[in-house]
Design a protein around this ligand. Structure first.
Ligand SMILES: *Cc1c(COP(=O)(O)O)cnc(C)c1O
Length: 385
């Protein structure tokens, strides 16, 4: 194999980052806000087919702002996918609201639309509607948005898309107008953490089709300063704007979006080829309703049929310098939230995907030889050599 150790998901630079940083530094705009931030937001919104965008310090910050903009406040309840990273949930707690976790379904590993609909109908009839629903698009694949949006709109519940892992994912079959992950709900958020498909080292983006929502988020992200000469504050804000330097970095990354998606999908194809015929190894399915970016290639290890377990396979890979990671431990199983006694709707599917799910190295810079080498280790483990 060409490179050890092999990380799960490495940053992939275009080569334009250094000149972009130099340009930003030479302009002496060393601040959050500045011309690079304005340009990054405009270019990002355009890449997403329109709407409005706000660059933030992180995806978590963007989600916090999204919930504030939608009016989520102390005492409210928010329904959120249980199979996700804690960053999808913590902003709910920052606001003193309560999360209710919703199980995944097997076709996409994302929020189960039928379970959500059932819960919204029950709550709607009892006058207990949640303040928002946060739908997470896991590992680069969108949840089944049409039925989710239909039910949420029926009951007037706003939808936040956590598209941190799904930049570049699409909804709709070939021939339909393209609808990007993050642009279908009321507010969408993205992450430019170092492990994500595109990166600014750290950073995030909030998008919305509604100008006034992004304008409010923009104000809150700079300590909610009122538009007067002195510092005047009528409400509590945050310090969440992206640095002008990192926005320049992001502008150098953005043009590579389509290429990165194609490269991640090529990595997945190489795994699929390298693991064909192996018993008890199943990939996260690509659902019929959209394009999976394969930000991460994830497999499910059936212990009966494969003769091994997710954990044995992970340890074997690690001993050969290959980093893999269990699928997210569901939020309803996390001690921090269990202690607080948050409710969960179902959870058995997410539990199984955590027990048996493993994310394989998926960097867009991974070579076919690297993938072949990793597949060889998996084959050894599964065939019991
Ligand atoms: C990465 C990630 C986030 C948070 O993004 P940061 O930029 O790291 O704050 C939120 N949700 C999900 C599902 C993520 O994977």
């Amino acid at each position: 194999m060409s490179r050890f150790p092999i990380p799960l998901s490495a940053p992939h630079l275009t080569g334009d980052e250094l000149p972009a940083l130099r340009r930003a530094i030479e302009s002496n705009w060393i601040a959050p806000v500045g011309p690079e931030v304005d340009a990054f937001e405009a270019e990002f919104a355009e890449a997403m087919g329109g709407g409005h965008a706000l660059a933030t310090t992180s995806g978590t910050a963007a989600l916090h702002l999204a919930l504030r903009v939608l009016g989520v406040a102390a005492g409210d309840e928010v329904l959120v996918s249980t199979l996700t990273f804690c960053a999808s949930v913590n902003p709910v707690l920052y606001l003193g609201a309560t999360p209710v976790f919703v199980d995944a379904e097997r076709r996409s590993w994302n929020m189960d639309p039928a379970l959500l609909a059932q819960e919204l109908d029950r709550r709607g009839r009892n006058g207990q509607l949640p303040a928002a629903v946060i739908v997470v698009h896991l590992f680069g694949q969108m949840a089944e948005m049409n039925p989710i949006l239909e039910r949420c709109r029926h009951w007037g519940v706003p939808v936040v898309e956590d598209a941190a892992e799904a930049l570049g994912a699409r909804y709709g079959s070939a021939g339909d107008p393209v609808r990007w992950a993050g642009t279908m709900g009321d507010v969408g958020i993205f992450s430019f953490d170092g492990s994500k498909l595109l990166t600014t080292s750290m950073g995030g983006m909030l998008v919305s089709p509604r100008r006034e929502r992004v304008a409010l988020a923009r104000k809150l992200a700079r300590q909610a300063r009122e538009p007067v000469a002195h510092y005047e504050h009528e409400e509590m804000g945050y310090n969440y704007r992206m640095s002008n330097l990192l926005a320049a970095f992001g502008r150098a990354q953005l043009p590579a979006l389509d290429q990165r998606v194609a490269q991640r999908r090529a990595v997945f194809d190489a795994y699929r080829e390298g693991l064909t015929g192996l018993p008890g190894i199943h990939f996260q399915p690509e659902a019929s309703w959209g394009l999976h970016t394969r930000w991460l290639t994830a497999i499910q290890v059936d212990p009966e049929r494969s003769g091994t377990t997710r954990e044995r396979l992970r340890t074997r890979l690690l001993s050969q310098g290959v980093e893999s990671r269990p699928v997210w431990k569901p939020m309803h199983q996390q001690p921090v939230y269990r202690r607080l006694g948050f409710a969960a709707l179902g959870g058995a599917v997410a539990d199984e995907l955590f027990e048996e799910g493993l994310c394989l190295p998926s960097s867009s810079s991974l070579s076919p030889e690297d993938v072949q080498g990793i597949c060889a280790i998996i084959r050894q483990e599964v065939s019991g050599d």
